[in-house]
Design a protein around this ligand. Structure first.
Ligand code: FMN
Length: 197
């Protein structure tokens, strides 16, 4: 497990080699093993492959087009649109994309009371733990992954296409790596830890 933590990288180039159903199921099972707030297990997973992936990418591209030339929902993030287009290209090459939702979520447009917000934050942390478990399980099987939040540039379009309950949290692209990236820089311990006793 420790070597999966240390060796995992975000993979942005994938081989055209399918992932077996058994491996995919194993990865998602690891996601389901994550801890969750009050054991609510708010996660749901939508596995996208084949022609469904093409339809999903069209929805994603429509969203980016709207964000660029229509009504932008994230106007202050314009400088990240080029990166989002690159993310779409990566997803197009990945054999599998898994969307992960918070089935108990009210959605990013909902106005929440303080209590509802805390509930939402706890559920999103639980879903994130599940995603990280999947990334590590994939790494252990030699399968690469990319955690994707550029989906927020096409949030409405993707939610409409996915037709899912709750709140979409992230997508994860999976595939056998066609690159071997070096470790990306990390802040030092001294920058992020304060010891108190
Ligand atoms: C919440 C989250 C969202 C991310 N969204 C994207 C994304 O949309 N596109 C992308 O290329 N990478 C995305 N990444 C990958 C990060 O860029 C990557 O984790 C970071 O640069 C560190 O690199 P490493 O994963 O190889 O250690 C995301 C990662 C996280 C945790």
């Amino acid at each position: 497990m420790i070597s999966a933590i240390y060796d995992r990288r975000s993979i942005r180039k994938f081989l055209h080699k399918p992932i077996s159903r058994e491996d995919l199921t194993g990865i998602i099972q690891s996601g389901i093993k994550a801890p969750s707030s009050k054991n609510r297990q708010p996660w749901k997973y939508i596995v996208i492959q084949g022609t469904a992936k093409e339809e999903m990418l069209n929805a994603f591209r429509r969203g980016i087009e709207r964000e660029e030339n229509g009504i932008a929902l994230l106007p202050q993030s314009r400088q990240h649109i080029a990166a989002a287009k690159y993310t779409v290209d990566i997803m197009a090459e990945a054999p599998v994309v898994v969307f992960v939702t918070n089935s108990l979520g009210k959605g990013i447009f909902a106005e929440l009371t303080l209590e509802e917000r805390v509930y939402e934050i706890c559920n999103i942390q639980s879903v994130s733990a599940s995603i990280q478990n999947m990334l590590l399980a994939a790494a252990e099987k030699g399968i690469g992954s990319l955690w994707i939040c550029d989906i927020y540039f096409a949030y409405e379009e993707l939610c409409q296409w996915l037709d899912c309950d709750g709140e979409l949290i992230a997508a994860v692209a999976f595939g056998y790596p066609d690159e071997c990236p070096r470790e990306r820089p990390r802040k030092g311990l001294d920058d992020v830890v304060s010891w108190r006793s």
